[in-house]
Design a binder for this molecule. Structure first.
Ligand code: 26W
Length: 833
């Protein structure tokens, strides 16, 4: 629990009234802002306004916004500690924060004052915004969800600390060379970040390797760990301001620093490399984010990263226990495990309680089980992390011992319930024997966690029925669902000010912190003037997007085109290939003369997607999307009816531009594969209609908006299972469907690769002979749904009506509601009054 400067008691010996007063922020006036800005420019950046460059002005501006929030931050910390409120500690290896400046301005209610103050200094605030590099400390859904959640907790006034890793390099920057993804390092800290506060005084020591031994402690046999090496974990604090409530929570990200920076003795012996080797080795730990978001590579450095931030975070919390009494821990904190990545926290807390604080095993286990809860974010078996016993035993020998004992005691309970059912014991053991003895982290999280939740109704059901059925049977009350949500502050108010103003005009303020009030918009869907205004907002957002894409990538969306958007990580289960087959089918129809271009609804297809660097098929699909785009965009026969755009480096900032301009949201994963999705929620809340399968949270979106306002297609999850059981032969679908065959044949012909059929042959043969995610099976249903989209889009009034109803009926998907569910059903914690 960070306490960077709590003023519990006045500084001893202080007499000056200011030294005794609570921290006061700068005056909330244009003058006050100008004064603070110039002070930061002159004294922090050391330049005059006339001599300053745009980076100086951006930093001084950011520092000024920061200064206004600082007073609230310190005061809130004091209040939280004094209140002894239960603290929610969110443990996440990823936080996809997005740019901070606008959100901090919005939350502090300073936007107007700041804009006026900068104008008075002859500075265009827009220019400053563009200076900010977004901290890309995450891969996709899981990381962004963590960012939305901490925003909601601050806005709800809940005492929360987000714990994670301060990666020197975040998610790679994506560029395209000849349509192929090339990864560039994300040196987001080159210019430094005005939003972080290092606190070396609260550094923690984190150790690795070595061995364990037992020893006699006055007749009690105890174990201890003799580590071989260690690093320092230095915390960096980031503000997490609540929306207009004066609350500021903390995101504490750890950076690895070598314990002894430099070994002079070795240096003097002339072995310069060796002298600094241990330093670089240690500091590597927080160097870079692993760019995978579904298939763990089982790399040692990744486990080092996970233990590094978890051990530092637990030490940071335990340090503040009132008189170090661990029995109070479950009343003071709850650790939420954001997927399995931080689950090594369970044996770490046991180690601290048993080895360091000498608690009895059972007492320690009692406490541990109350302090942890686990959220699972995936359904893909290959995404469930397992660590080899060999690696775990070498890096964290004491933790492996503790995991063995947790497992033993658990299997005893299983044996008590089911007798010596070897199959069940083998299937429920944390330790998997094949293919290699390894630790199943999801099992450890499930056994230790007070609660286990999925992130959408369907996902949570499949967790119970398919992924962890034996555990769901063994722990019937442990498995619950909390459907994901998104923060309306960033993804409506900041991203779509036009729509926000329209909503406020109609239903007043207050909806931004009570999103279900959007329901009051339902009646406005019947109001032609409101529809006109709504459609104008969408048109304006499209024009703004066009300005951004023109400046960013030299792209242009043709006027009057439906904007059909698919933005998410590139993964075969998300089925970007199905979207591509739709585009190729339309193109083939026109170029073969079967369809008159004039009969095709003008559409621009916008893709955004990064592929994990090691995911070969995903990178091939990116190449094919760009190749198809190049041909379609240049073919005069298309008469400009179709456009395919793939702006590189999709990130939070681009999402904020794309989502408000979209007409159609593509959520087309194979049913039973997407845990929830959160992009689907952002699009619906910004007035896009969804074409989607009954997968993840699509099911709940469709239930709320109504079938008339959602384009459902494809197999349901049970149908997928049934087809799989019957034996799925994709080639049969290819044979049976002419337009599918023509589309695939066109790709196979080399039409999109300069006649060289070999380039995309692997994609074609994968579809025809493997197609694990049933792209071919859902093709015809998808194409029919797209025809329904064309027909619906032709009737602008009814389309706009549906779009308004989508906004009105999806307030449920606020991350504030998700947090209320976690508070009531998992954390048993309250906002700090
Ligand atoms: C390499 C290991 C690994 C495995 C899984 C890294 C990251 C993951 C994440 C769990 C993947 C992820 O981001 N899952 C997404 O989480 C979102 C938030 O709950 C859901 O909305 C998405 O459906 C899910 O794919």
């Amino acid at each position: 629990m960070p306490e960077n400067d709590i003023t519990p008691a006045p500084a001893t010996g202080a007499t000056h009234p200011l030294a005794l007063a609570p921290v006061a922020g700068p005056a909330s006036s244009v003058d006050g802002f100008v004064r603070q800005f110039l002070r930061n420019l002159n004294y922090e950046r050391g330049v005059t306004l006339s001599a300053s460059n745009v980076a100086d002005r951006y930093f001084a501006f950011a520092m000024t916004v920061r200064d206004y929030l600082m007073a609230r931050w310190l005061e809130d910390l004091r209040r939280q500690l004094a209140s002894k409120a239960k603290v929610v500690c969110y443990l996440s290896a990823e936080y996809l924060l997005g740019r901070q400046l606008d959100n901090n301005l919005l939350a502090s209610g300073l936007t107007d004052i700041a804009t006026e103050a900068m104008a008075a200094c002859g500075i265009d605030i827009y220019e400053l915004r563009e200076q900010e590099v977004e901290p890309g400390l995450g891969n996709g859904g899981l990381g962004r969800l963590a960012a939305c959640f901490i925003d909601s907790l601050a806005t709800m006034g809940v005492a929360n600390v987000g714990y994670g890793i301060r990666y020197e390099y975040g998610i790679f920057r994506q560029t395209f060379e000849d349509g192929q993804q090339v990864e560039q390092p994300d040196s987001w800290l080159t210019m430094g970040s005005p939003w972080e506060f290092p606190h070396p005084e609260f550094a923690q020591d984190v150790r690795f390797g070595g061995h364990t031994e037992t020893y006699d402690d006055d007749g009690v046999t105890r174990s201890r760990w003799i580590p071989a090496w260690g690093v320092k974990a230095v915390p960096y604090n980031y503000m997490v301001p609540g929306y207009l409530n004066g609350r500021v929570n903390t995101l504490r990200l750890w950076r690895a620093k070598a314990t002894n920076a430099f070994d002079l003795r070795i240096f003097n012996s002339g072995d310069f490399e060796e002298a600094v080797r241990s330093q670089t080795y240690a500091e590597n730990i927080s160097q870079v984010l692993y760019p995978e978001d579904s298939t763990p590579q089982g790399k040692e450095l990744r486990l080092q990263q996970q233990y590094f931030f978890v051990a530092a975070s637990i030490a940071d919390v335990v340090r503040l226990l009132p008189n170090g009494d661990p029995s109070t821990l479950p009343d003071r904190v709850i650790f939420q495990l954001n997927d399995t990545h931080p689950v090594i926290a369970v044996p770490e807390l046991m180690r601290v309680l048993v080895d360091d604080m000498h608690l009895e095993w059972d007492a320690a286990w009692e406490i541990t089980q109350k302090c942890f809860a686990y959220t699972c974010h995936t359904l893909l078996p290959e995404a469930l992390e397992v660590w080899s016993v060999e690696l775990l035993g070498r890096l964290l020998p004491r933790h492996l011992e503790i995991i063995y004992r947790i497992n033993e005691e658990f299997l005893d309970r299983v044996r008590e319930r089911y007798g010596d059912d070897l199959m069940r014991l083998r299937d429920m053991s944390i330790i998997a024997e094949f293919p290699e003895r390894s630790v199943r982290m999801a099992y450890l999280a499930t056994i230790a966690g007070a609660k286990v939740n999925g992130v959408a109704e369907l996902h949570s059901q499949l967790l119970r029925d398919k992924v962890l059925p034996q555990f769901s049977e063994f722990f019937p009350d442990k498995f619950i669902n909390v459907t994901n949500g998104i923060t309306p502050r960033r993804f409506i108010k900041l991203a779509n000010p036009g729509l926000s103003d329209l909503i406020t005009e109609a239903i007043g303020t207050g909806w931004l912190t009570d999103l279900e009030r959007l329901r009051e918009l339902e009646s406005y869907a019947e109001n032609p003037d409101f529809r006109t205004a709504f459609a104008e907002v969408k048109a304006a957002n499209k024009r703004h997007l066009n300005d951004v894409l023109r400046a960013r990538d030299g792209f242009e969306i043709a006027d009057g085109h439906m904007v059909d958007v698919m933005v998410k990580r590139l993964h075969e289960y998300k089925r970007q290939m199905l979207k591509l087959l739709h585009i190729v089918t339309l193109y083939e129809g026109i170029t073969s003369g079967r369809v008159a271009a004039a009969d095709v609804t003008p559409r621009t297809f916008v893709f955004g997607a990064k592929a994990a660097p090691g995911y070969v098929m995903a990178k091939r699909i990116i190449h094919l999307i760009n190749a198809v785009g190049k041909v379609v965009n240049a073919d005069p026969r298309v008469e400009g009816r179709l456009g395919v755009l793939f702006p590189p480096n999709y990130n939070v900032t681009l999402a904020e531009r794309l989502i408000p301009a979209a007409d159609l949201s593509e959520q087309i994963s194979l049913a039973g594969k997407e845990a929830s999705g959160t992009g689907n929620m952002k699009f619906a809340l910004n007035g896009a209609l969804t074409i989607g399968t009954d997968d993840g949270a699509n099911v709940e979106i469709r239930e709320l908006v109504g079938d008339d306002h959602f384009f459902l297609f494809g197999q349901s999850e049970p149908e997928v299972e049934a087809l799989w059981a019957r034996g799925y032969r994709p080639a049969d679908f290819y044979q049976a469907d002419d337009s599918l065959r023509r589309a695939i044949d066109l790709i196979a012909s080399g039409a999109f690769s300069g006649g060289d059929a070999s380039v995309f042959e692997p994609i074609v043969s994968n579809l025809l002979y493997d197609d694990r995610f049933m792209v071919l099976a859902d093709y015809s249903s998808y194409l029919q749904a797209q025809e329904r989209v064309d027909a619906a889009y032709a009737d602008t009034e009814s389309w706009t009506r549906s779009a308004i109803l989508n906004v009105a009926r999806t307030g449920y998907f606020s991350s504030d509601r998700s947090m209320r569910d976690y508070l009531d059903r998992i954390w048993r914690a309250e906002p700090v009054r």
